[in-house]
Design a protein around this ligand. Sequence first.
Ligand SMILES: [Fe+2]
Ligand SMILES: [Fe+2]
Length: 150
Amino acid sequence: MNIFKALIADHQTQRDLSARLVEVLGNDTERLQVYEELKRELAAHETAEERCFYVPLFEHDATVDASRHAIAEHHVMDEMVEHLDEIDPHSREWTDCLHQLLEKIEHHLKEEEGKFFQQAGEVLTEEQKESLGRDYEAEFASMRQKVEES
Ligand SMILES: [Fe+2]
Ligand SMILES: [Fe+2]
């Protein structure tokens, strides 16, 4: 599977979990379960994507800005998750922050798919797209395992 298909497949998982989360907001137990699952998915994806996609893209002048921008956004999302973990999950603030996080995630996925992947497609060879896809899938699986155990 090439790197773009692999990344988009996991983006879809995040979108499905985000939609599910909105559906179950009224149910305390389910809401926190889906939130925890989205958190694990997000954390594993970010790290694997940075290691197997953005770091190799720093090699090319044309994709330095995109890589820097995407990694900075990962950091912002991590901070939003950290904040959510610190505040009362039954408060209005928690729900407001969650909606902000979900919006940020969707904005980020759209920017990657609509802009950064096109730029990356122009600098990576077909062979690299395939090998990075394999690297990403292996890294994602191993990160999911680690996140699960932590
Ligand atoms: Fe990303
Ligand atoms: Fe991504």
